[in-house]
Design a protein around this ligand. Sequence first.
Ligand code: FE2
Length: 259
Amino acid sequence: MKLVFIGDICYKSGRKMLTARLKDILGKYGADFCVANGENAADGKGINGVIAKEIFDAGADIITTGNHIWAKKEVFFFIDSEERVLRPLNYPRTNPGRGYAIIEKNGMKLAVVNLIGRIFMDPCNCPFEAMEEILPELKKSTKAILVDFHGEATSEKTAFAWNFDGRVSAVVGTHTHVQTADERLLPFGTGFITDAGMTGPFEGIIGADRETVIERFTSGMPAYFTMQAGRCQLNGVFIEIDEKTGKCIRIERIYEVED
Ligand SMILES: [Fe+2]
């Protein structure tokens, strides 16, 4: 089973590059599935129904999210009925939406779990405990399990991957918008990368307009971030899983920058 994971899609330019490039990328890797993090897709924060459709039309099967999931009120119009858009599983149970999905294609089943970290992030339930709880349920359907761990701290994402080594197929970190070069296969068969990176403005500061971000740091005053103009990047990872064992065979970074 082959899949492509796309790092945090940011702003309109990120969506545009996704639409322009994703089908080629999926073809190049012979991908059966595509999972994309879309929590920054609407104007840098949040997602709405029109934008979710744009990401699905570009080639994604599942959209994962993170701390900005509730940023746009339009998300509440569809999150309960749209099973392909996930919110962090370890948010309170009373939250709308769902934290995992099982998708089937070409006779293969892939489980996708969306979790969020607790270090330098807003309070939420324990991601480790949430994963332990859901694992037996997922294993009834498939051994191929992909986790999007949306978190700030490299330590938390790495600890999670090692803790679930051999029990999930891959752990892909998101949220920092900076792709890490530490992709690897852990000893018991879990593919891991601390952060998949971002699909959006290349010239900005993690996607946002440089001047505004610098102004915020230098003045200490709040600021409203906008999209940085200029070239765009597309970040992600390619993952191959042996669907019989659920073990990851290959994990490779995808890093493209517009000319
Ligand atoms: Fe985030």
